[in-house]
Design a protein around this ligand. Sequence first.
Ligand SMILES: [Zn+2]
Ligand SMILES: [Zn+2]
Length: 342
Amino acid sequence: MASQLAGVSMAGWRVQRPGPIANRPLERVKTAVPRPQPSELLLAVQACGVCRTDLHVAEGDLPVHRPGVIPGHEVVGEVVEVGADAGDEFAVGDRVGIAWLRHTCGTCRYCRRGDENLCPQSRYTGWDDDGGYAEFATVPAAFALRLPAGYSDTELAPLLCAGIIGYRSLQRADLPPGGRLGIYGFGGSAHITAQVALASGAEVHVMTRGERARELALELGVASAQGAADPPPVPLDSAILFAPVGELVLPACQALDAGGTLAIAGIHLSDIPPLNYQRHLFRERQIRSVTSNTRADAHAFLDFAAAHHIDVTTPVYALGDADRALMDLGAGRIAGAAVLLV
Ligand SMILES: [Zn+2]
Ligand SMILES: [Zn+2]
């Protein structure tokens, strides 16, 4: 296989001119099939999720780390080549996932204490290195993920970022057993995380602008669904802000019960307006950010998904329609988590 693919070209998308999605920052390209490093696997991509972070990369909300990067970090593929030093955990023909985190140093103070998500040398798929909006992609074997059975390729893709980051956000929100969780914004990550919380016995309340998103939330079994900044019907033990909207920090804090925690899930957030200490923080309410995830988070979440089936709502687009998928995401036209079928 290796020699067959050397010098072969593939279809993909590159972020050529970061800027508003309406100006078409992505360009459809024919490019060489990447060669795996000795420590890497090469995958034939079967599906790639469309994450809001891809939109942030395309629109330039995040600084350029690799000019002309191929976005996409929720990649489901089949191993077609195993590098010489990639170990024996994966073999040609295995179905494998590529997620956002793809390198950490392993020796810094954060890595040593188990916080590899904070490693200053961490690298990310579809930002620092090419990702899955293409027919082939590479991944360091140490960061490739085994995938749970019982899901299609399109259902698996959103688990790899929307699912994993949502899972970490839920841990960061410190939800007590049987507690009341508020979810602000109800896109791909939220609709998976709500199901994790419900399966764990939580009472879930959703605040989001989209009518279809509220309907989906109620279908999944949440206790209530209301407008983006509306107060939930009960005080919350924990909340997660998924919408990248800083203004929502205020109503989310106000909705917290004494001692409650708000976790902010996004990699990018618009400015937070001034907080009023009495109204938003006093009585030991706290705000926490969520930065990427560790491999331990990924394994814990994928184990959870193997044990509890998650209904992943996935509007499907062809690889050739990746820019349209991002436009729909930006315009709030997607219910669930969009997936490119490659
Ligand atoms: Zn490190
Ligand atoms: Zn993502």
